[in-house]
Design a protein around this ligand. Sequence first.
Ligand SMILES: [Zn+2]
Length: 374
Amino acid sequence: MNAPVRYSAVATDGKARAGTLSTPHGEVATPGFMPVGTRASVRSIDSADLVAVGAEMVLANTYHLMLRPGSEIVARLGGLHGFMAWDGPILTDSGGYQVFSLGPKIDEEGASFRSVYDGSLVRLTPEDSVRVQQELGPDIAMVLDELIGLPSPRPAVESAMERSLRWAERALAAHSRGDQALFGIVQGGSDEELRGRSARATAALGFPGFGIGGLSVGEPPELRNRALAAAIMELPAAKVRYVMGLGDVDGVLDAVERGADLFDCVWPTRLARHGKVLTIDGDFNIRRAENADDPDPIHPECSCSTCSSYSRAYLRHLVVTGELSAHRLLTIHNLHFTLDVLRRARAAIVAGTFAEFRLGVAGRRTFSDRGAGG
Ligand SMILES: [Zn+2]
């Protein structure tokens, strides 16, 4: 049987690589970024806006959708693609990230937690997560893994990594949907040896693609970069590598340099809702008083629809008066910017000039507020 999801590299430049991810709902140019549609909606924008900003693939959260409206309802309404009127590729996470942030009771079978919606007790096992994601119907589903905060003692990181491997085997055994790929997830905290071991063991299970999870949780960028490199070194070149929860431009380009292909993060969209805009020369808050009578766009080089039509002064006015359209217009800009940087990174890899491109971006982003994802 043909795998539902295939990766092929188009060009490499050092360890950085440009490629194509083929899915049942179309192709994604990599390195690529997935906007996060937590509840089958990227907050404040719709599926038509996603097309306009150049998004090729979106992520939705299993945890939220299994609680509201419930995966059975989504399945009856055509799966996520039909439900949210998005014809492109979709990836769902396993629900693990949200569950583990709630401080669940974990045992070998799975995790028990309270619903954020009504406080009821919910059980999530690796098999449950697969069943729910098969009902939601994304192109790519993720295995449930045991997440652990960083820093944590090495034995705790190792034990969570090993349990994640056992859960990955159970998820594979439970997965049966032929038009959907199930990806494994590399764990191991910021420990390079554990990352390497987790990557080898996860690769040996034969998944068609791999997430690298448990990073971008507040650890220093140097630690994250080393852990990423240790994991990627052990993953097969013929399969896609997705760094989960990473989405700040500097962190993403560090990861691309080390051979990562795919990213997701709430960062660009969450910042937009706080008035913060991302630009190639650094990030700033549109609320700043100096923007009050500025007729210029957010950035002169940006070709997004917001920058094509609206001044900083107008956008600041919308933000300070609490107009709802501010969220949409700034979200469009931040997503367009993030996606555009990755398109340019891909072109640089194809041209063999990625190192110069990387240095050029670093040199320009002089007042960047670095930060982790989440
Ligand atoms: Zn713009």
